[in-house]
Ligand binder design. Structure first.
Ligand code: 7PJ
Length: 296
């Protein structure tokens, strides 16, 4: 086993790289310490909570609850990206997310992120009050770079191999860490060329998106390799099948402890934002991880 030098642990100064405060359409997201992004799925078919929040009042209540529990940003999605999910039309997606964003933007002090890969949904969501774009396609859809640049809100660029429908069919990499990092660097460059400010871009290795369990584990273990990109790192592992697999195929509703453990590992690897379903538990765990990470 390789001995681990103290310098392998992120020094307190690593945090200060991102003691950056993102301006999310007038609401602030302070990345001086790790933050929790609460998930609000407005879809009938998401893998862990599909259909639960289709009623707008129930959705709003859940979002408010997550803010009370300490979520620093709420991520709203109207299209499931789970493997095999059916694509949703632009109109359907707009119908699902826009009315909720309009109401929620007035009701909560924290920014709303829109989880979409469609340029029109990005534009309409930001007009309705969203302050961040979260794109699992990393702005590769036609017109997405331009739409994101025009909105001027921060953007999360996520790595995915292939498309959701086929991404889990025998994913293959030479070196998964190198390939994911190269892809993210290329998307940061593409974003900058399109006019998105470098300080407004977040990167995400895309756990479970075109990756085997082994690929996911290596990426989590080597998360610090993404530091080179000099962008805040967002990690989404909450309730994903990698957690279920490690725990002997535990069903989705029993993956809380495993998800929290993965969140702590991610933060110790330098993650700035953790995207989760279970906000309160993750907020507590991250306070502990953050205190250890910034100890001097
Ligand atoms: C992710 C996401 C993720 C980012 C989903 C799920 C599947 N966005 N949207 N990162 N996952 N940025 O919630 O399990 O990992 S949808």
């Amino acid at each position: 086993m390789m001995s681990r030098e103290p310098s392998a642990v992120p020094p307190a100064s690593t945090d200060s790289c991102f003691s950056l405060i993102l301006d999310c359409a007038g609401k602030q997201l302070d990345l001086g310490s790790p933050q929790v992004m609460g998930i609000l799925n407005l879809t009938p078919d998401s893998f862990s909570d599909g259909g639960r929040f289709l009623n707008p009042d129930v959705a709003l209540k859940h979002a408010l609850h997550m803010v009370e529990e300490g979520a620093a940003v709420i991520d709203i999605g109207g299209e499931s990206t789970r493997p095999g999910a059916q694509p949703v039309s632009v109109d359907e997606e707009l119908d699902r997310v826009i009315p909720i964003i309009e109401r929620l933007a007035q009701a909560i002090p924290v920014p709303i992120s829109i989880d979409t890969n469609k340029p029109l949904v990005m534009r309409e969501a930001v007009s309705a009050g969203a302050g961040m774009i979260n794109d699992v396609m990393a702005l590769r859809e036609l017109g997405a770079l331009e739409a994101a640049a025009e909105t001027t809100v921060p953007v999360c660029l996520m790595h995915m191999q292939r498309k959701p429908r086929t991404m889990q069919d025998a994913p293959h990499y030479g070196n998964v860490v190198d390939e994911v990092r190269r892809f993210l660097r290329q998307r940061l460059d593409a974003g900058e060329a399109a006019g998105i400010a470098r300080h407004n871009m977040i990167v995400d290795p895309g756990f479970g998106f075109g990756k085997s369990l082994e690929h996911n584990l290596i990426l989590l273990k080597e998360l610090q390799a993404l530091d080179e990109l000099a962008a805040p790192v967002l990690v989404g592992i909450s309730r994903k099948s990698m957690v279920g697999s490690i725990l002997g195929d535990l069903p989705v509703n029993e993956r809380l402890m495993g998800s929290v453990a993965a969140a702590v590992v991610a933060v110790m690897g330098g993650a700035a934002i953790i995207r989760v379903h279970d906000v309160r538990e993750t907020v507590d765990a991250l306070k502990v991880a953050s205190a250890v990470r910034s100890a001097i």
